[in-house]
Ligand binder design. Structure first.
Ligand code: NDP
Ligand code: 8X3
Length: 258
């Protein structure tokens, strides 16, 4: 097992859910963390709390991964002591709506494609040259079971996560001679703010998604991220599917009270 002590982990979408859990998990392992997302106030609170709990450095900055110029400018102007990123966790992402394709609003598609695909590409493209120059690095993408299966009313979200899986595989081939690892973790149902965002703040509808089962938590996924990041140098965990125990596939879920 490799230690994360003193390494630098860059985590996108760290204000909530899986990304926030990853921030705490890396800090607990002694990694210094760069955390970002759009809500700076939340990031600052998380950074302060982590620094109180763990003996690590935290660099927090506002970032909208959809903004190509902002991504490149901010990553290229990281302070010198934060430039040598060892691990990138591409986590920022979202679903908007759960509608039949022909009834869906194309604005939802733009937001999902811009965040889940283009955002991941921009951040990776900004960070990868440094990893190549240093001759080491690990990119861990947060995909989804929706990247392995399509489900009704999820055409574009599923497409974005299929894209994450395809990008992961292709990128792994492109950097195979660079001592850079590329992994993807495909979770099933994780109870975070994901469904609240998907249903535009409708908490009751969001709760229904997890009704009758014990969903995964952000911590469950962070634990897998840490496992991937701490394997011996000759091991790459290429892809992990993590489902709730009551979930057999994207659509087959055993709800106990039904
Ligand atoms: P949350 O809604 O709890 O967290 C999403 C995070 O992404 C937030 O920190 C949010 O921060 C950030 N984010 C969203 N848009 C942007 C943006 N444009 N720029 C920067 N940051 C952004 O959801 P999860 O933790 O569940 O989601 C994390 C990842 O996990 C996503 O990629 C999601 O697709 C994936 N996933 C989730 C599953 C689930 O069931 N929950 C299952 C499988 C995969 P802010 O709003 O402050 O910008
Ligand atoms: C999020 C999980 O099943 O809603 O990626 O697609 S699901």
């Amino acid at each position: 097992m490799q230690s994360l002590k003193g390494k630098i982990a860059f985590i996108t979408g760290a204000t909530s859910g899986i990304g926030k859990a990853c921030a705490y998990a890396f800090a607990k392992e002694g990694a210094n963390i760069i955390i970002n997302a759009r809500r700076l106030n939340l990031l600052k609170e998380i950074a302060m709390d982590i620094q109180k709990k763990y003996d690590v450095n935290v660099y927090a900055f506002e970032l909208d991964v959809r903004n190509r110029k902002e991504v490149f400018t901010k990553i290229n102007s990281l302070p010198a002591e934060w430039k040598s990123i060892n691990i990138l966790v591409n986590n920022a992402g979202l679903a908007r709506g759960l509608n039949k394709f022909y009834e869906d609003n194309p604005d939802n598609w733009e937001e999902m494609i811009d965040t889940n695909i283009k955002g991941l590409l921009y951040v990776t493209h900004a960070i990868l040259p440094g990893m190549i120059q240093r001759g080491s690095g690990h990119i861990i993408n947060i995909g989804s079971i929706a990247g392995q299966e399509a489900y009704p009313k999820g055409a574009v979200y599923c497409a974005t996560k299929h894209a994450v899986n395809a990008i992961t595989k292709s990128l792994r081939m492109d950097v195979i001679d660079k001592n850079i690892l590329v992994s993807v973790i495909d979770p099933g149902l994780v109870e975070t703010n994901f469904s609240k965002v998907r249903f535009d703040g409708d908490e009751a509808r969001a709760k229904e998604v997890y009704k009758g089962l014990t969903p995964l938590t952000g911590d469950d996924i962070a634990e897998v991220v840490i496992f991937c990041a701490t394997r011996p140098p000759h091991v790459n965990i290429a892809q992990v599917t993590v489902l709730a125990s009551q979930q057999a596939s994207a659509t087959i879920i055993h709800r106990k009270d039904q």
